[in-house]
Each structure stands twice: as structure tokens, then as C-alpha cells.
Design a protein around this ligand. Structure first.
Ligand code: ASP
Ligand code: MG
Length: 425
């Protein structure tokens, strides 16, 4: 029998009524003749609420205890879901991440899955049960402590289990109908994408699209596991995330050059002003940031003015790391001899993504023209083979996303997007 893994996010299981609705969908899948493994997130905002509680009792909760606390959220939803399914006359059994064989390293709060040994899940399926697994958690191979995979990590649990179980598909249910050409809250005419390649989805996820966890897409690509993104509130077809060949096979029209526009408001920009233009200066700046464990995104170094031999180096980083970065750089002032630091957190990143741009000249020009026509000023630019990103003022993000969406003809004539629950999880 073919195995289907279904993952339900926080909004689909936000309350008892929703849990009962999800239970029906799961039972229907089982009755259609599949073995079903379900991965579930914590109900609604539970994880945020638990986090908030932790911060009330301790300013810096220890990672081990925080993980113990947060994983309780998924244990609540998994047990309730198993009960609801049982009530519909199907046998269902819930398992913690540890019981399901999700083995991780011991980095609390951002553990990586190193192995999946789903013996108990296979045994439950063999006995005709539906297996419900708590998402976002595992157990450390070395310390045997409970770990979490980072916020949004249930998607990764689902893909990892689907891979280990050789499932046919990993279905990810949230409260939106699939992946859209842009965030429908910003672009009301955004179109739902029927199929998208792993590489494009990776760029979307890495550049602000929140619908899938980045690591889950990486995991799926490595193992060629098809992901089917759907809403638990509708029966619409949703979006398939698959390899590039399957995208081509499934497209009955010509492949779009640009698949979507992503945006991200979580970054900040730091400029190191007046850096002496000498060998090794950039290296010491970025070494200091690396030592502070800060992930850098874009970097721009200006040409130095001939008269002064001084240059400016700007880079972007996660906004939440801004203070840490400024402190690390301040310590370098005398060594590097720069003039001053400038911190700006009211920036946003807007990216166009599409595998078709590899073979179509002029995409950069059209993109930048659309921004210019919308009166949007570009502060920084970075590109990959299939993506062009710009940093703009935060209050121009919406205008930029709309302009790019329009310029590449991505809009639909009617409003397709329906947001059911509201959180996008
Ligand atoms: N409940 C966790 C979170 O809110 C994990 C997840 O939903 O994927 O981040
Ligand atoms: Mg999610």
C-alpha cells in the first residue's frame, strides 16, 4: 500500500472543531486506500504562548528546558487528533518525535535531523493504524535530551519522515490554497502556482516566502520527495513542489520566465563608513561578524574615492542580530580604522525568482525599470542564477512587489487567493 504523509500546521488544528475537521480528512485518505502518517504542529499560537511564558519566568531560558516546554505544544495536538480519529472509528496512535525515531544533533532550538528510524511508525501502519507524529521535535543522539528543529520545523519533520518511509508524497496543509506568485495580502491578483521546482521554491523560502520551512525544501530536494502544499479548509488542488523536469512535463503552456515575487521585512542593513581601502580590511570585518555567529546576506563595497582611499562597505543581516553585529564591529574600530557605523532597520528585500531567467536576457532591465516607474529607489542588489533581489526602503516594499508582479504579467484577472485562518501556518 502506498504511504501518504500529511502535515497539518497550527491553524488547521487551532481548536476542537478544526481538529475534528482534519480528522475527517485523514480518515478519508485512509479509506481511499493509503497508509497514513500525520505530522502535526501545535494548536494555533501555542508555541508563541509557551515562549512568552518561558520569558516571564526567566530572561534567558536554558535551551534544554525551553525545548522540553515547546515540544509540549505538539504533544497536545497529536493526542487530541488521535482521539478525534478514534472517535470516527479508525485506529490512531500518537507518537512523540523521539518515539517516531527522529534523531537529531544536540543544538537546542535549532537541531538538525541526522537520522530517522521510524520502526514504531511502520509497526503501527502494519497493524492498520494511522500514525500521528508530533512535529518540530526529536531526540539528541548523544545527550538523549529532547530537541526542537527551529520555528516552523514541523514541515521538516514531515519531509524527513516521508523520505524515511519512502512515502509517495508529503502533503503540507495550512490555511492558504498553495504557493502564490506573491503574497496575496500585498498583491490581491496574485495567482496560485500549480507546480514549482525545488530550486525556485528554495529561493522563495530563503527570500521571505513563509509558507514552507527552508530546510524542509532542502531535504525534499535532496531526496526528490514531492511536496504538495494545500489548504485544509478547501479541496483545491494546491501547489506541487517537484523537480524541474516534472515541472516541465506538467506545464501545458510555456514555462513562465518569472515564477514569483518574494519579499522579506526581517533584515537590517549596516554600513561601515570610511574603511581604508587596503588588503584584508573586509576580511577582518566579516571575520568579526562570523565569530559572533551572524549570518550575512547581501554585501556591497563601494569603489573608493581616489582622493581619500576610503571605501564604504554595506551588508544586510537578520534584524534581530543588529545589536550583536554593531557591538562586534564597534570593537574593531581602532584595528580597522573605519570612520563610523550606520544602522538601518527600515529596509526590505524584494526578489523576483524564476528558472527561466537563465535563458532570457533583459530580465534585470525590465525589473529595474518597473521599480523606477513605481518611484522605488534601489539601495542594494544581489543575484543568483535564478533570482534578482534588491534592498529598498521598507515603506516601498509593497509598491515594489506590485510593480514587479505587474511587469512580468503574473497577475490573474480575478482574485484567487482566499486566506482561511489568517496566520498562514
Ligand atoms: N509549532 C512550531 C512553531 O510554531 C513548529 C511548527 O509549527 O512547525 O514554530
Ligand atoms: Mg509552517
Amino acid at each position: 500500500m502506498s504511504i501518504v504523509v500529511q502535515k497539518y500546521g497550527g491553524s488547521p488544528v487551532a481548536d476542537a472543531t478544526s481538529i475534528k475537521r482534519v480528522a475527517q480528512r485523514i480518515v478519508a485518505t485512509k479509506k481511499a486506500g493509503h497508509d497514513v502518517v500525520v505530522v502535526v504542529s501545535a494548536m494555533g499560537d501555542t508555541t508563541d504562548d509557551l515562549m512568552e511564558l518561558a520569558n516571564q519566568v526567566s530572561p534567558l531560558p536554558p535551551g534544554r528546558e525551553l525545548d522540553m516546554l515547546l515540544t509540549a505544544g505538539e504533544r497536545i495536538s497529536m493526542a487530541l487528533l488521535a482521539m478525534a480519529i478514534g472517535n470516527l472509528g479508525q485506529d490512531a496512535r500518537s507518537f512523540t518525535g523521539s518515539q517516531a525515531g527522529v534523531i537529531t544533533d544536540s543544538e537546542h532550538g535549532r537541531a538538525k535531523i541526522i537520522d530517522v528510524t521510524p520502526g514504531r511508525i511502520e509497526a503501527a501502519l502494519a497493524e492498520g493504524s494511522i500514525a500521528i507524529v508530533a512535529g518540530f521535535q526529536g531526540v539528541s543522539q548523544t545527550s538523549k535530551d529532547i530537541t526542537t528543529l527551529g520555528r516552523g520545523g514541523s514541515d521538516t519533520t514531515a519531509v524527513a519522515l516521508a523520505t524515511a518511509l519512502k512515502a509517495e508524497v508529503c502533503e503540507i496543509y495550512s490555511d492558504v490554497d498553495g504557493i502564490f506568485t506573491a503574497d496575496p495580502r500585498i498583491v490581491p491578483t496574485a495567482r496560485q502556482i500549480p507546480r514549482i521546482s525545488y530550486e525556485e521554491m528554495l529561493e522563495m523560502a530563503a527570500n521571505g516566502a513563509k509558507i514552507l520551512h527552508l530546510r524542509c525544501v532542502e531535504y525534499a530536494r535532496r531526496n526528490n520527495m514531492p511536496i504538495h502544499v494545500r489548504s485544509s479548509f478547501s479541496t483545491k488542488e494546491g501547489t506541487w513542489v517537484v523537480d524541474a523536469e516534472s515541472v516541465k512535463d506538467g506545464a501545458n503552456m510555456e514555462q513562465a520566465i518569472i515564477s514569483g515575487v518574494a519579499h522579506d521585512r526581517s533584515e537590517a542593513k549596516i554600513t561601515v563608513v570610511g574603511v581604508p581601502d587596503k588588503v584584508g580590511e573586509a576580511a577582518s570585518i566579516f571575520r568579526a561578524l562570523a565569530q559572533a555567529a551572524i549570518n550575512i546576506d547581501m554585501v556591497v563595497q563601494n569603489v573608493s574615492a581616489a582622493a581619500t582611499a576610503l571605501t564604504d562597505i554595506s551588508f544586510t543581516l537578520p534584524r534581530e542580530d543588529g545589536q550583536k553585529a554593531m557591538t562586534a564591529l564597534a570593537r574593531l574600530k581602532d584595528d580597522v580604522g573605519y570612520e563610523r557605523l550606520q544602522f538601518e532597520d527600515s529596509v526590505g528585500k524584494v526578489s523576483i525568482i524564476g528558472a527561466g531567467m537563465r535563458s532570457s536576457p533583459g530580465i534585470t532591465a525590465s525589473y529595474f525599470e518597473s521599480l523606477a516607474n513605481a518611484g522605488v529607489n534601489i539601495e542594494m542588489i544581489s543575484t543568483s542564477e535564478i533570482r534578482i533581489s534588491v534592498i529598498v526602503a521598507e515603506n516601498q516594499v509593497d509598491a515594489a512587489v506590485n510593480a514587479a508582479h505587474e511587469a512580468f504579467g503574473l497577475g490573474s484577472d480575478e482574485v484567487e487567493a482566499v486566506v482561511y485562518g489568517g496566520t498562514g501556518r
